[in-house]
Design a protein around this ligand. Structure first.
Ligand code: AGP
Length: 606
């Protein structure tokens, strides 16, 4: 969703804010803006488009200031226009405010303010905040009091930062269900939607909780409780991520860089502290009913895990898309709620988690971002250690989560004595070989996949088919194609085809089939039926398979043959192919790879 960056200190803040919102651009990139204070006067610049273009066009760096807030927007209320871009200022020009979230009661507030003579220049929910600040300041002549009065009145979700010409050396900020943290440097303080807003300048962060607000100045900061107004002592969180890993490092796009980081992130996942994983396995073993959750890509991670738990540990754990959880799941004290989330901030998953907690359920998660809301809220968390994932399209985080979940399923199987230690060790060995195999594929097959993707980049409809554990791989690969290439792609279980979709097979619909290794006899044969069904109707099939002897063009229209691997890791390897195929299709179609249209990295609104 939107990105907030603010700083107060000695340096030229304008430049720091540029870096801040540029690093946060993956959260939203419809439009952006900045508010600075110069000689006690607020200066506002904002426009539609990306951060670099905006800074260049408005020559923002020429404006020197020691305090400022900036925002990069993902539109929720109101179209993408300059008027709807943050920051918003009060009528008297003394307050500037940026916001991430949704003010759910903005309509009545706006109506009341309009009655009182306030003029609105935008269609957004946020603008009410600026006018409320002016209104309440007039009564109390105190910025903090006006801020608190405003916070007490608004409903919904928010991360807010404001500056005022009345106190030109302080930033005020607060959060409720939208992420916000402080960066604590020497003679400089930051506020940001996440670490990326200030990681280049300080690794000391203070993570704000709901119901808290903070006041920052160059040399000091204070966090207070919204209700009691008492000061709260907050721990400093050390950011472990290296700012270098957030850079593109020679790759044309973050997406490609992150795909190429997967051998490393899988190794990281396999080196996680055993005791943390064992505690979660205990939760699965002790709970009467366990649910696996996620949304978008992480729903497919959960779906993948459902198959792995069933196959390895003989446990059926339903996977549910987080947004459907409340309508579907029956949770109580004996339940386990387990979710996967890259950002740890996704609204749908966070809401489902809160619901589960309210019902007394046990909770656990695999999360990439340390200090995120989900990571802090669950009883047990696995921090997967994949490093920052900047591209809006998730690749390395999802694959690494699948690896973590495979290990959890193996551990549960061992605990339940469904598998022997010997089999466990064999599986572990297969996983340990995965980074090298993926590295080999990236080195040796990328060129071929690139050519293939380019050749078929004109295809407008893809069917992605997989059976069993390959079904979530098909779904996830199809999602990659949709979100990065804007090409229609539908994931489907192979067996489903003949129940309707087969009627679609013609020159306009091409299929990609994820074929298991032949040792996985039942799945393999079932998958081959799907291939035959399509070929019998002269449909195009790109077969992604592991059989050298399958080099027969009468079976596949095109094929991608992968090295022989054990069935346990075969679907994970195929996912990498799905990622690369989508990436290269998107580059052929000249798409905006890291920031696809209409999307944002962490979806923190309902
Ligand atoms: C991934 O490519 C998507 N952009 C999206 O589906 C994402 O996986 C989903 O919004 C969940 O995000 P999370 O992992 O940060 O919770």
């Amino acid at each position: 969703m939107c990105g907030i960056s603010g700083a107060v200190g000695l340096k030229n803040i304008s430049e720091l804010l540029f870096e801040g919102i540029r690093n946060l651009e993956y959260r939203g990139y419809d439009s952006c803006g900045v508010a600075l204070i110069n000689k006690s006067r607020l200066l506002i610049k904002k426009d539609i488009g990306g951060v670099e273009e905006f800074y260049r066009k408005h020559n923002v760096l020429q404006h020197k200031s020691k305090i400022g807030i900036a925002h990069t927007r993902w539109a929720t209320h109101g179209k993408v226009t300059q008027e709807n871009t943050h920051p918003f200022t009060s009528r008297d020009g003394n307050f500037a405010v940026v916001h991430n979230g949704i003010i759910s009661n903005y309509r009545p507030l706006k109506a009341q303010l309009q009655k009182e003579g306030f003029k609105f220049s935008s269609e957004t929910d946020t603008e009410v905040l600026a006018h409320l600040l002016e209104k309440f300041y007039k009564r109390s002549r105190n910025v903090e009091k006006a801020f608190l009065k405003m916070l007490n009145l608004i409903e919904g979700t928010y991360a807010i930062a404001l500056i005022s010409s009345y106190l030109p050396e302080q930033i005020f900020c607060a959060k409720k269900e939208s992420p916000l943290m402080l960066g604590i440097g020497d003679e400089i303080k930051f506020v940001g939607s996440d670490f990326n807003a200030f990681i280049d300048h300080t690794k000391n962060a203070v993570i704000l909780d709901d119901g808290e607000y903070a006041i920052l100045s160059r040399d000091t900061y204070v966090v207070k409780d919204l209700l009691s107004k008492e000061e709260v002592t907050k721990p400093i969180t050390k950011i472990e991520w290296d700012s270098e890993t957030s850079k593109k490092g020679g790759y044309p796009h973050y997406m490609l860089k992150e795909i190429y980081e997967q051998p490393q992130t899988i190794s990281n996942a396999l080196d996680l502290e055993e005791s943390g994983l064992d505690e979660i396995v205990d939760l699965f073993a002790e709970s009467e009913n366990s649910y696996l959750l996620g949304v978008g890509t992480t729903f497919y991670v959960a779906k993948y895990a459902k198959y792995v738990f069933s196959k390895l540990a003989q446990e059926f754990f339903p996977s549910i898309s987080s947004d459907e959880f409340m309508a579907l799941a029956i949770v109580n004290k004996e339940s386990l709620f387990f979710c996967a989330s890259q950002s740890g901030e996704t609204f749908d998953t966070l809401s489902a988690l809160k619901h589960a907690k309210l019902k007394g359920a046990r909770t656990a998660a695999v999360v990439n971002v340390m200090g995120s809301s989900i990571a802090r809220l669950v009883d047990k968390v696995v921090l997967q250690g994949s490093g920052p994932e900047i591209c809006v399209i998730s690749t390395k985080a999802a694959l690494s989560q699948m690896v973590v979940l495979t290990v959890l399923a193996m551990k549960l199987a061992l605990k339940k004595k469904v598998i022997t230690r010997k089999i466990y060790n064999q599986h572990l060995q297969s996983l340990r070989e995965l980074p090298e195999i993926i590295q080999g594929i990236l080195n040796e097959r990328s060129g071929f996949i690139h050519r293939l993707a380019h050749k078929y980049s004109g295809t407008r409809n893809w069917l992605y088919l997989g059976r069993g554990v390959y079904y979530p791989i098909a779904l996830e690969s199809a999602l990659k194609m949709k979100e990065v290439a804007y090409v229609h792609a539908e994931g489907m279980p192979g067996g489903f085809l003949k129940h309707g979709t087969l009627a679609m097979i013609d020159d306009d619909v091409s299929s990609i089939v994820f074929v298991p290794p032949p040792e996985d006899k039942v799945l393999y044969e079932a998958t081959m039926h799907s291939v035959e069904e399509i070929r019998a109707r002269s449909g195009f099939v790109l077969g992604i398979h592991f059989t050298e002897q399958g080099k027969n063009s009468d079976l596949y229209s095109e094929e991608l043959i992968l090295p022989k691997v054990p069935p346990l890791t075969a679907p994970l390897i195929q996912l990498v192919i799905g990622q690369l195929f989508a990436y290269f299709t998107a580059t052929s179609l000249k798409r905006n790879i890291d920031k696809p249209r209409s999307l944002a990295k962490s979806v923190t609104v309902a």
